[in-house]
Ligand binder design. Structure first.
Ligand SMILES: NC(=O)c1ccc[n+]([C@@H]2O[C@H](COP(=O)([O-])OP(=O)(O)OC[C@H]3O[C@@H](n4cnc5c(N)ncnc54)[C@H](O)[C@@H]3O)[C@@H](O)[C@H]2O)c1
Length: 363
């Protein structure tokens, strides 16, 4: 087979699913192929390569570094799902070698690092087109329909966005997080910017360590629960709510409030394999109601895979298409950096604090 030769860098919780999706796309499209996996844990790379090789006719080679992958010259493009602290190094090594990459969020471990990577990418025309940022919500069928309805004006002028992401449990032991807002809230920040099509002018935030951070041996993070409010001039506000403490299950919701109605995606209910979208006009008039079925992988999968499986695959398909056609990517390091700026500002606002101390209640 000839065609686009693909690699996955970092085959942990999400990387193995990116690899599976690439294998499926290869079988469906016949113009690309998964040729390699990379993991700094060499035994992981070897184990995953062996398992995945059984699913296709050609073997998958394992490497223990992006440097080794690049030296081999066997891949043209890659999905990077390594630890967040490895994002910049892995990206630079591969882009320097002329590869295009789909980089998992967040763009960098810190805002400074993300800025440095963006500056480096902008130094050169080829580099500036090399990175697609993995914000899978932009490929989610329900979110895409909400975005379309909003742009069509079904709820009139938008004045408030509420974006909620709540995990049911802490990340696994050993997971490397740059902080609750960078690790999780960056999805909401991008969702808000995507819906608003504007950049906020003011931000405030509150954080707490309520449940998850009380559990022994859990990955240490700044907060396990946070609320960030941003203002876009005086006419639009957005609320970002993020937590690791929603023990009842994975919760993703987005509410868009307009002068003539409201759109709601992703009610929390008993069926995690279905996402509902509802657009309601004035006085309870239902304008649209849809249910989106998600993918059953027929094995236990992380909660984010259960909710966004088809979106991750659609995102990978768009990446492959962009690479084959040599087209610019729709979502790049620019979006990655803007979302990082929002979450960094949110974290800074939380640190500065804005709460008013109340005395004890009088009887
Ligand atoms: N888009 C999404 O919804 C989404 C969901 C999950 C994760 N992610 C992102 O994907 C990336 C990977 O997340 P994950 O949940 O798969 O993480 P993970 O910890 O399961 O895997 C990360 C990788 O790091 C490797 N690793 C672990 N410890 C290491 C060490 N000490 N030295 C070198 N390598 C080490 C692992 O072998 C694995 O390849 C992160 O950047 C995360 O933000 C995105």
């Amino acid at each position: 087979m000839t065609g686009l030769r693909l690699a996955v860098v970092g085959v942990g919780r999400i990387g193995v699913f990116h690899a599976q999706h690439l294998q499926e796309l290869a079988a469906e499209r016949e113009d690309c192929e998964l040729v390699a996996v990379v993991d700094r844990h060499q035994d992981t790379a070897m184990r995953v390569a062996e398992r995945l090789s059984a699913q296709q006719e050609t073997p998958i080679t394992s490497f223990d570094s992006t440097e080794a992958l690049v030296a081999s010259g066997i891949a043209d493009a890659a999905i990077i799902a390594s630890r967040t602290i490895d994002h910049r190094r892995d990206t630079q090594v591969m882009v320097e070698a002329g590869m295009r990459v789909l980089l998992e969020k967040p763009l960098g471990d810190t805002l400074d690092e993300a800025r440095q990577l963006a500056v480096w990418l902008e130094e050169d025309e080829t580099r500036s087109r090399a990175v697609m940022l993995a914000f899978q919500r932009r490929y989610d069928a329900a979110m895409l329909r909400a975005h379309e309805l909003l742009r069509e004006g079904i709820i009139g002028e938008l004045f408030k966005i509420v974006s909620i992401l709540e995990d049911p449990e802490p990340p696994p032991v050993g997971y490397q997080s740059a902080g609750l807002l960078s690790d999780m809230g960056v999805h909401n920040a991008d969702e808000i910017l995507w819906m608003a099509k504007r950049y906020p002018t003011q931000i405030a935030g509150f954080g707490a360590r309520l449940h998850n951070q009380q559990i022994p041996d859990v990955t240490v993070e700044d907060f396990d629960d946070a609320f960030v409010q941003m203002w876009f001039e005086q006419d639009l506000t957005a609320q970002l709510q993020v937590s690791r403490n929603h023990v009842a299950g994975y919760r993703n919701e987005c509410l868009l409030f307009g002068r003539r109605g409201r759109i709601h995606v992703g009610h929390f209910d008993e069926d995690p394999l279905r996402v509902r979208l509802e657009a309601v006009g004035l006085d309870h008039e239902v304008l649209e109601q849809q249910t989106y079925d998600l993918r059953d992988y027929e094995r236990p999968v992380p909660v984010f895979i259960r909710r966004f499986g088809p979106a991750y695959k659609a995102e990978a398909a768009d990446f492959v298409e962009g690479c084959i056609k040599k087209e610019p990517f729709a979502v790049t390091h620019h979006e990655g950096l803007k979302a990082m700026e929002i979450v960094a500002a949110g974290a800074e606002a939380i640190k500065r604090g804005g709460a008013i101390q109340l005395g004890s209640a009088s009887t």
